[in-house]
Design a protein around this ligand. Structure first.
Ligand code: CTP
Length: 405
C-alpha cells in the first residue's frame, strides 16, 4: 500500500477561512493525509474543532504547543505539499519576509516541498504595491501564488480578490503533487482563447443533439493558462457542473454556430487558441417552433446539415504568429490505429499542434483523468502520460509557450 500524500493546509485569518473547511474535506476525500495549521486569527472565523474533526488531527497555532515533537520542523519537513488557503495580505507579507512568529510561518520556513498560496482579500489590498511586491518575491522564490477570482467580496464590493473555488484549489494542489513545476509564469502578458464543452444543436424547444463532453479538459486548460500568467477567454459550450476558473473571462455559447461566433470574436489579437470543445459536425436543417409530436415525421425532424469547421477556419484566418491547437478524439478502426488517424487529421486541419485522445471504454470523456499524444506540425510527437486533466493541460502549455513569437 502506498502512503497517501501528506498535505499541510495553512489557514490565515480572513472571512474566506470558512471555505477552507470545504477544501479540507475535498483533500481528505481524495486520499490526502492533511494537517491543518490555522493562524490564531483564522480561529476567530472557524473553530479548531471543525479542522480537527475533518482532518482527524489536533490543531495548534503556536510553536509552544506539543514542544517535545518540535512541530514546526516536523510538519514542514514531512509535507509533500503546503497549501495556504486563504492566504491573506498579512500572511503573504510575513511569509515573503521570512517571519516565523507562529506555527504556520515557521513551518513555511522548514518546508522544502511545493508551496501553493490561494490569496483572498479586498481588491485594494491585492492591488496595493506592498502586496504586489510580496507576491512577486514569493513567486521569484518558487512559491505558486494563485491569481484570485473576481466577484463579490465581503459586503457589496466586487473585484479581484475572491478565494478561488475550493474545487479549483484542490485540482491545482493535485497538479503540483503530480508535477511541482507545472505552473511557471511563462504565459505572462499572453492572450489565449480556449473552447470547452459540447455543443447542443436544438431540434425543437425541448430537444437537442448533443455529445458526452464534460468540458473538464477545456476548463483545466483555461485554469492552468491563467495560473501561468495568461489573460484567458474561455468559450464554454455545455459542460458538467464545473467551478468557473479564477481570473478567466467566460463566454457562454450553446450551439456550434454560437461557438464559432464567440471564438472568432475572442481570437482577435490573441497569441494562441486551443479548440478543446466537442463541436457537433451536423445540426438540424430547421429548428421546429413547437415541440415535435410523435408521428409528425413530415418533414423529417432529423434532417441534418453540416456545421462549419471552426478549427479549419481559425487556421485559414489566423493572424500572423497566432498559434492554433486542435484536439482529436479517436477510436481507431480497421483502416488504422488512433495515431494513424490523428496524423492524417493534423495534416488535414493544418493546425500547429494536435492533442490526441483515445476515446471509448471509459477513456477521456466524463472522467477526471486523461492521457494521449501531442503531435506538432513540425513533425514532433510526444506521449502525454496518464494523469489529471490539469497535468495534460500543463504539458500542452509547455509546448505552446516556446512556440509563441
Ligand atoms: N472542430 C471544429 N469544428 C467542427 C468540428 C470540430 O472546430 N465543426 C474541432 C474540434 O474542436 C477539435 C478538432 O476540430 O479541436 C477535431 O475534432 P474532431 O471531431 O475529432 O474532428 P472532425 O473534424 O470532426 O473529424 P472526424 O469527424 O473525421 O474525426
Amino acid at each position: 500500500m502506498t502512503t497517501p500524500p501528506s498535505v499541510l493546509l495553512g489557514v490565515a485569518g480572513g472571512i474566506a477561512a470558512y471555505k477552507s473547511a470545504e477544501l479540507l474535506r475535498r483533500l481528505t476525500e481524495t486520499g490526502h493525509s492533511v494537517r491543518v495549521l490555522p493562524t490564531a486569527s483564522a480561529l476567530e472565523f472557524v473553530g479548531a474543532a471543525t479542522f480537527e474533526a475533518l482532518s482527524g488531527h489536533p490543531v495548534h497555532t503556536g510553536v509552544f504547543a506539543d514542544v517535545p515533537s518540535v512541530p514546526h520542523v516536523k510538519l514542514g519537513q514531512q509535507a509533500d505539499l503546503v497549501v495556504v488557503a486563504p492566504a491573506t495580505a498579512d500572511l503573504m507579507a510575513r511569509a515573503a519576509h521570512g517571519r516565523a512568529d507562529d506555527l504556520l510561518t515557521a513551518a513555511l520556513l522548514t518546508a522544502r516541498c511545493p508551496v501553493l498560496f490561494a490569496p483572498a482579500m479586498h481588491t485594494e489590498m491585492w492591488e496595493h504595491p506592498a502586496t504586489r511586491a510580496n507576491v512577486a518575491l514569493l513567486r521569484e522564490r518558487g512559491v505558486v501564488v494563485l491569481e484570485p477570482a473576481s466577484g463579490r467580496l465581503t459586503g457589496r464590493d466586487t473585484g479581484p480578490g475572491r478565494l478561488p473555488d475550493p474545487a479549483e484549489i484542490a485540482e491545482l494542489a493535485r497538479l503540483l503533487l503530480e508535477r511541482p513545476d507545472a505552473l511557471p509564469r511563462d504565459l505572462a502578458g499572453r492572450r489565449v482563447v480556449v473552447s470547452a464543452g459540447g455543443t447542443r444543436e436544438a431540434l425543437d424547444p425541448v430537444r437537442f443533439l448533443g455529445n458526452r463532453s464534460s468540458g473538464r479538459q477545456g476548463y483545466a486548460l483555461a485554469r492552468v493558462a491563467a495560473q501561468r500568467g495568461a489573460h484567458v477567454t474561455l468559450v464554454a459550450a455545455h459542460t458538467a457542473d464545473l467551478a468557473a476558473p479564477a481570473s478567466v473571462d467566460v463566454v457562454r455559447a450553446g450551439s456550434a454556430l454560437e461557438l464559432r461566433e464567440a471564438v472568432l470574436a475572442a481570437v482577435k489579437g490573441a497569441d494562441a487558441v486551443v479548440m478543446a470543445a466537442a463541436v457537433a459536425d451536423f445540426r438540424p436543417v430547421a429548428l421546429a417552433e413547437h415541440k415535435i409530436k410523435k408521428g409528425s415525421a413530415d418533414p423529417d425532424p432529423l434532417a441534418l446539415t453540416t456545421n462549419p469547421d471552426i478549427l479549419a477556419e481559425l487556421v485559414r484566418e489566423r493572424e500572423p504568429g497566432q498559434l492554433v491547437v486542435g484536439f482529436a478524439a479517436e477510436t481507431g478502426d480497421a483502416s488504422g490505429d488512433v495515431l494513424h488517424h490523428a496524423r492524417a487529421k493534423l495534416a488535414r486541419k493544418g493546425c500547429d499542434l494536435l492533442v490526441v485522445n483515445a476515446v471509448g471504454e471509459g477513456k477521456a470523456f466524463e472522467t477526471p483523468d486523461n492521457a494521449g499524444w501531442l503531435l506538432g506540425a513540425d513533425g514532433s510527437e510526444s506521449v502525454l502520460a496518464p494523469g489529471s486533466k490539469a497535468l495534460l493541460a500543463s504539458r500542452v502549455w509547455d509546448a505552446v509557450a516556446p512556440r509563441l513569437s
